[in-house]
Design a protein around this ligand. Structure first.
Ligand code: PGA
Ligand code: MG
Length: 227
């Protein structure tokens, strides 16, 4: 019997420093020592959460690209098709816009099922073009994501939970944005950090007083040893 509940953690806005970017180094030790599975569920491309698990020193259990890529520790599942997102990029570029990440575009370089656009780029034409291709655009506060409407983080969490033998109802999640709503609807207890957007706050069981990783650290303190 574990003394700690499994965790589902978002990255940007949730494990970040109070300034809003960069992983807060204070999360490394408690995550390394956590004695239950930790799922990193993010909108970022697959290599980012894998690298985070690798450098923290925890097993790789990952939902990436807002649910488009799911890694159970044994198998990688792709639950969305990138072709429509690619077509949106082509049309957006043809209309004179840019994704906004520069030529090397390390934000999308390893992305396999969706596309992320910088918040500095115009949203309305992006939404219109996405809709023409049957896709949606979500704003995480860190990027606009052009994605299939079907996959989401919550479904990815269920797939991983099945595989590793945990019950999503036993999981504690922390998140900050609209892409965490499906996670909150899936797990037993969902916490929104104080910097969370309205959608995340409304879907969470509780809104924390602290921002970013300080909120997450407060949750870890609180739920440690409670299972
Ligand atoms: O990729 C983003 O825009 C946000 O990433 P997150 O889901 O880890 O917060
Ligand atoms: Mg986030």
């Amino acid at each position: 019997m574990t003394a700690e509940p499994p965790l589902v953690l978002d990255i940007d806005g949730t494990l970040t420093r109070p300034e809003g970017w960069g992983i807060d180094p204070r999360v490394f030790e408690p995550l390394y020592e956590w004695d239950a599975p930790i799922v990193i569920a993010t909108g970022k491309a697959f290599p980012y959460p894998i690298a985070l698990c690798h450098f923290v020193g925890i097993p790789e259990l990952v939902v990436a690209e807002n649910g488009g890529v799911v890694y159970t520790g044994d198998d990688v599942h792709f639950t969305a098709d990138r072709e429509a997102a690619r077509a949106v990029v082509e049309d957006y570029r043809a209309a004179g816009y840019d994704l906004g990440w520069g030529a090397a575009d390390t934000v999308n370089r390893w992305r396999e099922t969706e596309i992320a656009v910088s918040l500095e780029q115009p949203l309305e034409p992006l939404r219109e073009i996405a809709a023409e291709h049957g896709l949606e655009v979500i704003d995480t506060g860190y990027a606009y994501h052009v994605k299939d409407t079907d996959p989401n983080k919550g479904e990815g969490v269920v797939r991983i939970a099945d595989h590793v033998g945990i019950d999503p109802a036993d999981c504690v999640a922390v998140g900050d944005s609209i892409n965490d709503v499906s996670t909150f609807e899936t797990v037993g207890r969902g916490f929104a950090v104080a910097n969370a957007d309205e959608a995340a706050k409304a879907a969470a069981d509780e809104v924390l007083d602290d921002v970013h990783a300080e909120g997450t650290l407060a949750v870890l303190e609180r739920v440690r040893g409670t299972t």
